[in-house]
Design a protein around this ligand. Structure first.
Ligand code: CAA
Length: 257
């Protein structure tokens, strides 16, 4: 499919999605989110792709939802169109999703990064939730994912002040897995995506699902779900291959079944 606001580059076993609306710092209009959602849905269904990188390119990740699109909307309009409900193909993506973040990563842009599984921050990255300055609060998960990621007090600080934090502080808070020179962030994310693409895909999917569950259920329910997935994986060829390969001192080759 042809896209207007994003670039999608499949390079099996990975793919890279680049937000491409530079004039407005990759502001995430409903059309942009629809395209990202469509691309991710297609990549989820494509067995040749096992991990995806999402980036805004070398200068900016995304400066948030499109303020021009929202400024004059009524509450009823926002409720009826469910602006941020359209983000669910992103949060629901089942394969590893790695964000390569450079420059501004604000508002909905930061919430998009927080929906990913790994964040590689370029040293120019600046994270924040400036919604408070617009008379709103984050609406795509920011108030929930920030405290679960960086703790209550950092979350309160960014949410209430609307200020930004740099890449190093984000790393210290656990909001970024690595900080690298900005020009390397996409390549580092792609290298990691290739590493993940070599792992057994069913186990990768269930590992992602299990970690996500930790944020959504009680410990007892999470442990029970983990145990079910653990036992289930013994029905896959990849488990047999993985364990035999270990015993035979060779590298496992995984087929995703
Ligand atoms: N929506 C729409 N347009 C935006 C935008 C946004 N979120 N962010 C930047 N732009 C546009 C600017 O209007 C400007 O357009 P023009 O050239 O046509 O005037 C262009 O991008 C460049 O921006 P600036 O001139 O402002 O660039 P700067 O370097 O001086 O400042 C910035 C950069 C600090 C990121 C500043 O643009 C800014 O504060 N942007 C808004 C950030 C924000 O408030 N994000 C939250 C949005 S609400 C949200 O995301 C809700 C949600 O939870 C889903």
């Amino acid at each position: 499919m042809a896209y207007e606001y994003i670039k999608v580059e499949p390079d099996p076993p990975i793919a890279t999605i680049t937000l491409d609306r530079p004039k407005v710092l990759n502001a995430l209009s409903p059309a942009v989110i629809a395209e990202v959602g469509q691309a991710l849905s297609e990549l989820d269904a494509d067995d040749a792709v096992r991990a995806v990188v999402i980036t805004g390119g070398p200068k900016v990740f995304a400066a948030g939802a499109d303020i021009g699109d929202m400024a004059e909307r009524s509450a009823a309009e926002q409720l009826n169109r469910d602006q941020t409900g359209a983000w669910s193909p992103i949060s629901g993506f089942k394969k590893p999703l790695i964000a390569a973040v450079n420059g501004y990563c604000l508002g909905g842009g930061c919430e998009l990064a927080l929906m990913c599984d790994v964040i590689i921050a370029g040293d120019s990255a600046r994270f924040g939730q400036p919604e408070i300055n617009l008379g709103i609060i984050p609406g795509a998960g920011g108030t929930q994912r920030w405290p679960r990621t960086a703790g209550k007090f950092a979350a309160m600080e960014v949410m209430l002040t609307g200020g930004m934090i740099g890449a190093r502080r984000a790393y210290e808070l656990g909001l970024a897995n690595k900080v690298v020179p900005a020009e390397m962030s996409v390549a580092v994310a792609q290298r990691m995506a290739r590493q993940l693409a070599e792992k057994p895909p069913v186990a990768v999917r269930l590992a992602k699902e299990s970690v996500q569950k930790a944020f959504e259920t009680s410990l007892a329910e999470g442990l029970a779900a983990e145990r079910r997935s653990f036992y289930f994986l013994f029905s896959t060829d990849d488990q047999k291959e993985g364990m035999r390969a270990f015993l035979e001192k060779r590298k496992g080759v995984f087929k995703g079944r």
